[in-house]
Structure formats: C-alpha cells, structure tokens
Design a protein around this ligand. Structure first.
Ligand code: ADP
Ligand code: MG
Length: 613
C-alpha cells in the first residue's frame, strides 16, 4: 500500500454539523454509541441473511453471523467486528460521508440553527454511526463487501472536516471498526463496562455478541413470553431496541390470540412524531416474524400505511418461512393479519381514550394526523377510526377536545344534526357570522381547522344516525324560528333591496336573499356551491384574487345598517352602491376568503372621506 493511494475527502456540510453536535454537545448517556454500532452490525448481518435466503452469491458463505467485541486496555481501543454485508468504496463514500435522506438533512439544519439546539430531540433522532465520535477521537473502519470480487478498504477519520479512504489488507466479509478512545472515555476499553452497556442496550439483538471471546447475550423474543413474566424495563428496552429510540413508549399493546389467527403481537406508540417535525415521511416500523424467525423487517404490508408511526413485532405461526417480499404483497394471510391487528390496535386506542383521556389527548395532539389520514382513506376501519377523532367545539373550553360521541350525547331536544364549521382558529370562527344562528338556538358547533377534517365529516355523512352538516352550507335549516323574521323589513321592501343589491354586485353573486340565520352581523356570504371550506382551501393554494367563486349573499334585514342601506338606495345615492359593495366584501372576509386589497382600500378611502364630512 503506497501513500499515494490514500484519498482524503470532505464530509458533507450536514455531517459536519452533526459531528459538531456529537462531539461538543451530546455527551449525556455517551455509551449509546455502542448501541448504534452494534445495531449497524446487526443490520448488516440481517442483509446477509436475506441475500442468502434469496439465493444470491455471498462471499465467505459459512462465516457465522455474530458480533465480536475486543478491548485493549493498554492501547485504549475498542474493536467491533461483524460478518455483515460490508461496504464497497462507493458505499463507504455514500453511507459514511453523506446523508441522502433529505428529511434528515432538513432536520439537522433546523437543529443546528441558532440557539434552538434541542439536544433531547437530537438524541431521539439518533446520530447513528457518527455516535462513535462521542467516545473516540479516531475511528478506523476496515470493510469488505459480500460481493465475491470486492476489494477491502480502510476508512479513517478524526471526526473533524474530512476522512481518508485507502485500499486495505485482504479481509473476510464484513466490517471491523477500531475506536481509539478519548482520554475521558477510557472506561470503554474495560470488558466489564462493555458487557454492562451491552446488557442494558442490546439485549434484544438477534445475533450472538461476544466480548473478548465470551458470549454475553441470549437472543430473546420478548413478544412470545407471557405478559406476567416481563418487566416494565424489559418492555422499554425492547422498544428502544426495535424503534431505535431513546425515549419511553407512549402506549404499549401486547396481545396473543389463537383465533381467528395465532398471533403474538407487541406494538408501541413512540413519544414523539418526527413526521410532524418535518423530518419527512416515516417508514413503517413493525417487523413480521414466524415462530421467532424474522420474515420481514419493517414491513409495508403488515399494517395499513396510516399506522406507519407504530413500532413493534407481529409473529404468526401460520406464515410460511420462505415467503418472499413479492408474495407478501398479495398474500391473503398477510391481509388478514393486517385486518385483525389493526382492528385490535384501534380497539386498544379507544379503550385508552376512555380510561386515560388526558393521555389520549396528548396522543391525539401528536399523532392525530395519522388517525385523520386513516379516517379519510381506510374504508375497512372507518367506524373505529371515526370514534377516535377529536375536535374543538363551541361548547368546550379552549384547549378542551370532544369526540363525536360526546357531541351526540348532549344534543339539544329538537336538534337533528351535528354541525361543524371550518376556520383557521377558534377566535376566527367565533368572530365570524356563521355561529350566530347556533348561538341563538343554543346548539353546539364543532370547530374544524384543517381541510381534511371537513373532508372526513363530509364523506362520513352521518354519525350514530345524526346527519353531519357544515354550518356554512347555503341551504342550512336549523329550525331558525320566526322571531328573527319578524324584526326585518316588510316583504315588498326586501324584494326590492335584494334585486338592487344583486344588480350592484353582478356576477359576484348568484343570489341575494334575506337571512334567517343572522343576529348581530349585517350580512353573510355563503358558497354558491355547497360549502366554503373547500373553496377557501382552493383559493388559498392558488392565491387566486382575480376569479373568486360566486357567492350567495344573505342580508340581515333586521340590522340597522341594512335598513339604512335600503333607504339610501331609494334616493339613488351613488354612495349606496359603495356601501353595498363594502358590505359584501366584509362578508367575504368573514368567510375567510382572500379579497383584493387594492380595490378595497380605494373604496374604504371613499367611505372615510364621506364619514369625515
Ligand atoms: P442508519 O443505520 O440509520 O442507516 P448509520 O449512521 O448508523 O445510519 O449508518 C449509515 C449507513 O452506513 C448504514 O445505513 C449502512 O449502510 C452503513 N453501515 C454502517 N455500519 C455498517 C456496518 N457495520 N456494516 C455495513 N454497513 C454499515
Ligand atoms: Mg445505524
């Protein structure tokens, strides 16, 4: 090996940022570096196992799949050896020099900006291989790919800006990592310390681990054990292992069944939802086993996509051991397991919601987006999913959430439907005109804030036999009662006023009519096509100021402003037209629609001019 073959390369910016955090800020529970390296070794061997199963040619076929650790107290080194798939030169550059996942990149950027370094979050996110630099000031990695004619390489770095790659001595398949420990991390060259850390963090690794030749783990399949024989700590450690997490799970469901399927299932809900942080779409987190043998890691088929936040294991004796990834997709048995486990998990969530409502609320705030996704897309489980939805409402205090069942349970006598209204915030909804008629009738109204809420409720149509009705529906019938009608203008006047306003507003309205739903507001704008919620979303995404969809305008003829407008228009005063246009514009603003500010400012100036005399 000549010196000229040594290649020095720069780390990608995001990795340099990550290394900076790892080395300078992330020192609590430093021993987790060992967990990361062991988990990488196990992953690499899992890949070998899979290649062999699928009949591919693999170098050193008979090499046992195990992880060996060696300590050297004098040289202050710790060495970790695996018989995994190893890496080619290209893979070394790709895997240890760059971060490909754009979500992770964004996340690191976010975390390293300014003062908002949330170290706890970084810890939970996991720094992977780079955790090695928590304990080592120099890392040498020898590796040889499983590919039969691959060359061995040595990768070296001191965790600063760059790393070196050179051709290495002939090796057996796999990877050997030599950590040159920092002075304050010498403890990790003691076999006792290493064994303790392995027992704590890696007891569920499904391959044998040895320290200086002595085997230290027993491969455990926790999910097949009896619940009463498992401690809380074991559950938590298992969760941390399979989820590659640093937190404690929020929920845990462990169940076994014989009928309709023989199943051993252990599922967890994590503490945090990284997808919500903008980390990118979560990968599924549940692995499939048959009698403790791993069939498929992080399976896409075993649970519906909207349950991708769940971590855990599903073990079924009925699965054929040699099932391939392709046949998983259209296996009727997998589909059946999926249905059973999903149903059981939703039942569990509903039970949790009933027994621990506060905790469920915490779950909802973080993971509600997945439940909504399910409710909007999964017809099979719709009934159970809908029960899990939570909403703000006019009858609930700010911050309190209700279910559809809560709503139905306290509906007023004579109230036939469940009402909901969409708006960006509670305050915006309550300031608008849409609630007036409901306040008058003392009917509760659900507040929705996202288009998906309205989509779900609209699709659902009814709940427990009660129709679901959007409060901004143009043909709303709340049984408004005659009192409001009585206070308005006489019928002949109303007719004239409506026709005149329609003439002033032209194409912008399809209809002008007297309102039966207003109390305090002079006018209300309603969608000419169904409800505004969807229109509002479309307008917002298109930023479309020029072609707003036409409205139905309802006038509150009991309101003094409307009555004065009626007088003024009879005098043929041109200011009446300006006022009518502004009343319409105000109603559209209250509907949350974007109006053209330039036109409006011009008009408001005219109005001010007049008001100031
Ligand atoms: P992650 O394990 O989440 O992918 P890491 O930072 O731990 O992230 O590792 C980055 C990548 O480096 C891995 O995805 C893998 O491709 C490669 N790698 C790390 N350690 C090993 C190893 N012991 N054997 C083979 N490949 C490895
Ligand atoms: Mg890793």
């Amino acid at each position: 090996m000549s010196n000229s073959s040594v290649e020095t390369r720069e780390f990608q910016t995001e990795i340099r940022q990550l290394l900076d955090i790892v080395i300078n800020s992330l020192y609590t529970e430093r021993e987790i570096f060992l967990r990361e390296l062991i988990s990488n070794a196990a992953d690499a061997m899992e890949k070998v196992r899979y290649l062999q199963l699928s009949g591919q040619e693999v170098k050193d076929r008979d090499l046992p799949l195990e992880i060996s650790l060696e300590t050297d107290d004098n040289a202050h080194t710790l060495t970790i050896i695996d018989a995994g798939i190893g890496m080619t030169k290209e893979e070394l550059v790709e895997n240890l020099g760059t971060i490909a996942h754009s979500g992770s990149k964004e996340f690191i950027k976010l975390l390293t900006q300014g003062d908002n370094k949330d170290l706890n979050l970084i810890g939970q996110f996991g720094v992977g291989f780079y955790a090695a630099f928590m304990a080592a000031d120099k890392v040498e990695l020898y590796t040889r790919s499983y590919q039969p004619d691959a060359q061995s390489y040595v990768w070296t770095s001191e965790g600063t800006g760059s790393y070196q790659i050179e051709e290495g001595p002939e090796l057996a398949r796999g990877t050997k990592i030599v950590l040159h420990l920092k002075e304050n991390a010498y403890e990790f060259s003691s076999p006792e310390a290493i064994k303790r850390v392995i027992r704590q963090y890696s007891s569920f690794v499904p391959y044998p681990i040895s320290v200086n030749g002595e085997k230290v783990n027993t491969v455990q399949a926790l999910w097949t054990k009896n619940k009463s024989e498992i401690t809380e700590e074991e559950y938590t450690e298992f969760y941390k292992f399979i989820a590659n997490a640093y937190d404690e799970p929020l929920f845990r469901l462990h169940f076994s069944s014989d009928a309709p399927l023989s199943l051993n299932t252990l599922l967890f809900v994590p503490q945090e939802n990284f997808e919500k942080f903008g980390f990118g779409r979560l990968e599924p987190g549940v692995s499939v086993y048959c009698k403790k043998v791993l069939i498929q890691e992080k399976s896409k088929e075993i649970l519906p996509e909207w349950l991708r936040f769940v971590k855990g294991v599903v073990d079924s004796e009925e699965l054929p051991l040699n099932i391939s990834r392709e046949t998983m997709q259209d296996s009727a048995l997998i589909a059946k397991i999926n249905r059973v486990v999903t149903g059981r998990f939703l039942k569990f969530l509903n039970e949790q919601a009933a027994s621990e409502p506060e905790k469920y609320k915490g779950f909802w705030e973080k993971f509600g987006m997945f439940i909504k996704e399910g409710a909007a897309t999964d017809f099979t489980h719709k009934q159970e999913l809908v029960k899990l939805l939570r909403f703000e409402s006019s009858a609930a205090d700010k911050g309190e959430l209700i279910s559809l069942a809560d709503y139905v349970g306290r509906m007023k006598e004579g109230q036939s439907a469940i009402y909901y209204v969409n708006g960006p915030t509670r305050e915006a909804i309550e300031a608008g005109p849409y609630l007036e008629v409901f306040r008058k009738q003392d009917f509760e109204v659900i507040y929705t804030h996202e288009p998906v809420d309205d989509y779900i409720l609209n699709m659902l149509g009814e709940f427990e036999g009660k129709k679901l009705v959007s409060a901004d529906q143009a043909d709303l019938d709340v049984g408004q009662g005659p009192e409001i009608e009585g206070a308005g203008l006489p019928a002949a006047e109303v007719e004239g006023l409506n026709a005149w306003v329609k003439e002033v507003l032209g194409e912008q309205v399809t209809e002008v009519r007297e309102s039966k739903r207003l109390v305090d507001s002079p006018a209300i704008a309603l969608s000419a096509y169904g409800t505004y919620s969807m229109q509002r979303v479309m307008q917002m995404t298109n930023r479309d100021l020029n072609a707003p969809a036409p409205s139905v305008l309802e006038l509150n003829t009991a309101h003094s402003m409307i009555q004065k407008l009626n007088e003024l228009r009879k005098l043929n005063d041109p200011f009446a037209r300006t006022a009518a246009e502004q009343i319409f514009e105000n109603a559209r603003i209250a509907a949350g629609l974007i109006v053209d500010p330039r036109e409006m400012v011009k008009r408001l100036n005219q109005i001010l001019e007049k008001a100031l005399g």
